[in-house]
Design a protein around this ligand. Structure first.
Ligand SMILES: [Zn+2]
Length: 366
């Protein structure tokens, strides 16, 4: 059962198909986006991976798309997927087996965004919860406020005939930015580069997973897709908003745009996601510099950071646990630098639940 398409959740799945043909379940959006992301990973770094396109093909062949809130059976399991509000198609997974009920949250966001409805609250009795811990030690700023700041900053640059470059992940964040710009009727030439185009097609075929599909379809109508260098240069010849991967500048076409825009203070470079330490994006946010022709150069364009998270923060994570009935055992996973173990400790102290941050290879009996 796959919670969502992000490669840190889905990328290893084809390995199972080197030795067998297990069934795979996920929403139709998750399965289509997963195929796209893993195909891209194979294209870029196929020779380093322990599987080939053939295994991915078999995985898709043995996959079954499921709707939200519909029970499904496989062997001795009964399970269903619930909206997780993280990216299109993302799911919480509720599993029943041998009279026990387990909730696996995957990555989730409890709040509504321009693109998605927040995760389904869960209020039934459970025996165990496997919960993500990404922002267990963080409180988010008011999302509406951040959206308005982003719009204001964008309009300021456009009024000065500047161009704004927004590095964004192709799945989720690019569409969120498109929807925010459309919702606020930003009058601009909007460009979307990279894999976001293919992602947009997949989402258009899976509109049930979108909060407001009219807004999404209007956003799609408004944008211009970029396919090659000629399109990129045309986009750069007029004041535009350019949405391009990768979100942390670890690859993708965004570097091409930055090289063209960095030395003019009337342009903007707007980050819209958390920048992991050590990435080129984090370096720019910290120092205002980026690597160009083996040298670090100062960016004259206006650098701004708007954190539009797609994960629940500390309040959202605790809220999910508080709403659950019974006294489930809690497994805190998927976080860095102690955020899992501190969150487990806090769950014990604040909620009186038995909690643990498991290590790789640990096994537990429910
Ligand atoms: Zn994710």
């Amino acid at each position: 059962m796959l919670s969502h398409a992000h490669i840190d959740h889905s990328g290893g799945l084809p390995i199972f198909y080197t030795t067998g043909n297990p069934p795979l379940f996920g929403t139709s959006a998750t399965l289509a986006l997963t195929e796209l992301l893993i195909s891209d990973m194979l294209r870029i770094s196929g020779k380093y991976l322990p599987f080939e396109a053939q295994e991915l093909g078999r995985m898709m062949h043995y996959s079954t798309p499921l709707d939200y809130d519909k029970w499904m059976r496989a062997n001795s399991f009964r399970f269903k997927l619930l909206n997780a509000g993280h990216i299109p198609g993302s799911s919480l997974i509720l599993l029943e087996c041998n009279g026990k009920r387990i909730l696996y949250t995957g990555d989730f966001n409890d709040l509504d965004t321009a693109l998605l409805t927040g995760a389904s609250l869960f209020e039934q009795e459970l025996d165990a919860v496997i919960i993500e811990s990404t922002y267990s030690q963080k409180l988010r700023s008011d999302r509406q406020k951040i959206e308005l700041q982003l719009i204001k900053a964008t309009e300021n640059i456009l009024e000065e005939n500047g161009t704004i470059c927004i590095p964004a992940f192709s799945v989720g964040r690019s569409q969120e930015i498109m929807c925010i710009l459309t919702k606020h009727a930003v009058d601009a030439h909007i460009i979307v580069d990279g894999m976001a185009r293919a992602v947009n097609q997949i989402i258009t075929a899976n509109l049930d997973f979108i909060r407001d599909y009219n807004l999404f379809l209007n956003a799609i109508k408004k944008i211009h897709s970029v396919r090659n260098k000629k399109d990129r240069d045309r986009a750069l010849s007029m004041p535009s908003v350019i949405i391009a991967p990768a979100g942390m500048l670890t690859g993708g076409s965004v570097k091409y745009y930055i090289k063209k825009l960095y030395d003019d203070p009337s342009n903007g470079l707007f980050f819209v996601s958390f920048q992991i330490e050590g990435t080129p994006g984090a370096r720019i946010v910290e120092t205002g510099q980026f690597q160009y022709k083996k040298k670090f150069v100062d960016i004259e364009a206006q650098i701004k950071h708007f954190e539009l998270s797609s994960h629940a923060d500390r309040t959202g994570l605790l809220e999910l646990l508080k709403n659950i009935q019974g006294s489930p055992k809690v497994f805190c996973m998927h976080g860095d630098k102690g955020s899992c173990s501190i969150f487990a400790q806090e769950t014990i102290e604040n909620l009186g639940l038995d909690a643990v941050a498991p290590s790789v290879g640990d096994t537990f009996k429910i």
